[in-house]
Design a protein around this ligand. Structure first.
Ligand code: DX5
Ligand code: ZN
Length: 220
């Protein structure tokens, strides 16, 4: 399992400290939530922040674009240093073109589905993707409660990926914490995004290690 702490839940006045937590906690990716105030009500990071984060850490940046018309700035995000780029199915008119552009740049291409969007919309594009992000909250804010019905979506998606012998990862994003991460991983999720469960803890490093232990079934 890859662990991707979402720095949206960290102290945004001290992003360097948030990167330090990710590095010390053995995170695999740094999840960066880009929100445009249109696709989702909230407004967060943009290209200049992604560029500086990429300069400040060796960890790959997993950039989650919660924006309308993601094709407009896709190349800029890639040039800024995004190693993984997620666009929302609900916001993408030319998904195949975007996935191809991301891969051509040498980055990993992912598509996110809002909780209510069925996995069937990805049937045809699945072989062209590196990963699918299943949103387990309605995107827009950190710290929202996990929507349990998304676990079954993950199970069905994993089955379809296996049935077709594809190499596509599944990421789950939103409300993932120590109480649900074991069932999330058991459903076939191999990338776990966690914001509040890590940065809301007294010791974010310990919280990240505990999440991994629970995911791997080695927690005490
Ligand atoms: C939600 C974001 C998530 C969120 C995760 O719109 O995409 O990445 O920040 O934070 P938690 O784990 O607190 O739900
Ligand atoms: Zn996210």
């Amino acid at each position: 399992m890859l662990l991707a702490p979402s720095i949206l839940a960290a102290d945004l006045a001290d992003l360097k400290a948030a990167l330090g937590v990710c590095e010390r906690a053995g995170a695999d990716l740094v999840h960066v939530d880009v929100m445009d105030g249109h696709f989702v009500p909230n407004l967060t990071f943009g290209i200049p922040v992604v560029r500086d984060l990429a300069r400040a850490t060796e960890l790959p940046l997993d950039v989650h674009l919660m924006v309308t018309r993601p094709e407009r700035l896709l190349e800029e995000y890639l040039e800024a240093g995004a190693s993984w780029v997620t666009v929302h199915w609900e916001a993408a008119t030319h998904l195949d073109r975007m996935a191809a552009a991301i891969r051509q740049f040498g980055a990993k291409a992912g598509v996110a589905l809002n909780p209510a969007t069925p996995i069937e919309v990805l049937t045809d594009i699945l072989p062209s993707l590196d990963y699918v992000v299943l949103m387990s909250v309605n995107p827009g804010f950190a710290g929202q409660p996990f929507l349990p019905y998304v676990v079954d979506k993950a199970r069905r998606l994993r089955e379809r990926i296996e049935d077709r012998s594809l190499h596509v990862s599944i990421s789950m994003d939103g409300g993932v914490d120590a109480t649900n991460i074991a069932q999330v991983v058991a459903a076939g999720v191999d990338i776990c995004v966690a914001g509040s469960a890590i940065f809301g803890a007294e010791s974010p490093e310990d919280a990240a290690r505990e999440l991994r232990a629970r995911a791997e079934g080695t927690a005490e």
